[in-house]
Design a protein around this ligand. Structure first.
Ligand SMILES: Nc1ncnc2c1ncn2[C@@H]1O[C@H](COP(=O)(O)OP(=O)(O)OP(=O)(O)O)[C@@H](O)[C@H]1O
Ligand SMILES: [Mg+2]
Length: 457
């Protein structure tokens, strides 16, 4: 049996041994503050004096001019870290513990979602390196990682899917970013057998734009090998937190995601924090639509922004994007306050689930109290309207408009600038059929609003 006295001594020694690890936090060339890790798991943060005079809050929970709670800065930082396969590569390649926030952050210092980057007092600047199609193709062929190049980890955004953030030059070449040339695009990859997921996201994102949602611009990318053959597809997504200036430099804009907005850990991006097992399904402390709309109202979002959020919810329902969780929505933050950022990561998970066994199609955030993406009824929609403080008529108008616009605009023309194989076109056609069916279903549900309201009285 372990000797408790020895154990305590070991733990004390461990914490005494940890030299504070200090990172300077910058917004482009301006110093924002200092982050100090007193253990690998916990950090504290203080704003720089000058930033306090003319800067802005980096999060609604980390305020200039107020003491920063350690829990708040820790949650904020954890939301910047990679997830999924990228995170696994990072942990394995550099032998880092999943619990070591400083260890992980140390490899993603150069950029983040938004304006911030971090500088360690002994950090090595990552190289600006061209990423050719052949280099990527080799990695994708052998199922190896796409995130470590020259022994440096180069992924600086969250998310589970295989991806990289890159600087896209006007000559259409892609480069691993550095301080001088920050990333302008995110490339998301798919293995050969899952290429439909790329076309799915391409169509849904373009459809969202066509019906009037503010969304990131997307393009299809074929990854060619040295023989000019393309086995792998990817989607290139333009970053909305970057702006190309006329002198060729890139300006960064600050964004926070829904988890940072709600002061939640990244693990709480799903409303049901422990999953949907009946024993724990009632634990709904994660990101929710109710909380996100309350946040929008608390920060006095414009009516147009609130309506965009409502259109986003309706669109996700119609296309079957059940995975719209707390990190799949973001907000701009600057000296003028907080506003809604364009949307991203929209694809039909319900459609993918037809091919991929056991793919979870439960809604990340409930409509009313319902998480089943194929069972949202007029009753759930009406409960949702009440929760987010919109009238049934407002919701009905939005859902109907989205459904009718999707029926009108969901056509292969949305992707006609991309060359596609017969099988890919057939796949898109199937997706469009499904979107039409779901649009009809939601039109029917909204037609039942008055009847259901009467029955509830
Ligand atoms: N166009 C964009 N501009 C700026 N930041 C973006 C953009 N698209 C995505 N991001 C950031 O990158 C992160 C990962 O992107 P995305 O959600 O598309 O990846 P994913 O791996 O598909 O995510 P998930 O884990 O939800 O499946 C987002 O959470 C967001 O912070
Ligand atoms: Mg995402």
């Amino acid at each position: 049996m372990a000797n408790p006295e020895m154990e305590t001594r070991t733990i004390r020694n461990f914490s005494l041994d940890f030299e504070p690890y200090v990172l300077d936090v910058f917004a482009e060339q301006h110093k924002v503050g200092v982050l100090t890790f007193k253990s690998s798991m916990h950090c504290s943060f203080i704003y720089d004096d000058k930033w306090m005079l003319d800067g802005f809050d980096i999060s609604p929970h980390i305020n200039v001019g107020r003491d920063v709670e350690e829990n708040d800065i820790n949650r904020f930082i954890q939301n910047l870290l990679p997830e999924g396969t990228g995170l696994k590569c990072l942990l394995n390649a550099f032998n880092i513990s999943r619990l070591s926030v400083s260890g992980m952050l140390n490899h993603v210092l150069g950029e983040s979602a938004g304006i911030l980057h971090f500088e360690s007092r002994e950090s090595v600047t990552p190289a600006y390196l061209e990423l050719t199609s052949q280099m990527l193709s080799k990695r994708l062929d052998t199922f190896s990682n796409v995130v470590i190049w020259n022994n440096q980890f180069r992924l600086n955004v969250a998310g589970v899917q295989k991806k990289l953030n890159v600087h896209h030059k006007s000559d259409r070449s892609f480069w691993l970013a550095n301080k001088e040339f920050p990333s302008t695009h995110i490339i998301k990859f798919a293995e050969e057998e899952h290429s439909t997921i790329i076309l799915n996201e391409l169509l849904c994102m373009r459809l969202a734009k066509a019906i009037g949602l503010e969304v990131a611009s997307v393009e299809l990318l074929r990854v060619f090998d040295s023989h000019g053959k393309s086995k792998h597809s990817a989607i290139s997504i333009e970053r909305f937190d970057r702006e190309a200036l006329s002198n060729g430099t890139i300006r960064k804009l600050h964004i926070i995601d829904g988890c940072q907005a709600l002061n939640l850990l990244p693990e709480h991006k799903y409303e049901q924090i422990f999953g949907r097992h009946p024993d724990v399904a009632h634990c709904r402390d994660g990101a929710s639509l109710k909380a996100l709309f309350a946040f929008a109202r608390q920060h006095e979002f414009s009516h147009q922004n609130v309506m965009q959020m409502l259109y986003w919810v309706a669109f996700n329902l119609v296309v079957g994007n059940s995975d719209a969780h707390g990190k799949n929505i973001s907000f701009f933050m600057d000296i003028n306050g907080i506003s809604l950022a364009p949307f991203y990561d929209i694809l039909s998970i319900v459609f993918e689930a037809r091919r991929i066994n056991n793919l979870d199609t439960d809604l990340a955030m409930a409509i009313g109290d319902e998480f089943d993406s194929s069972n949202i009824t007029a009753f759930h929609l009406l409960s949702f309207a009440e929760e987010v403080d919109v009238t049934p008529t407002q919701l009905k108008t939005v859902v109907e408009q989205v459904a009718l616009d999707c029926k009108r605009l969901a056509t292969p023309v949305l992707c006609s600038d991309e060359s596609m194989s017969k099988a890919e076109l057939e796949n898109l056609a199937q997706l469009i059929i499904m979107i039409n069916q779901r649009a009809d279903y939601f039109l029917h549900q909204t037609s039942l609003f008055d009847e259901v309201k009467k029955a509830l009285l």
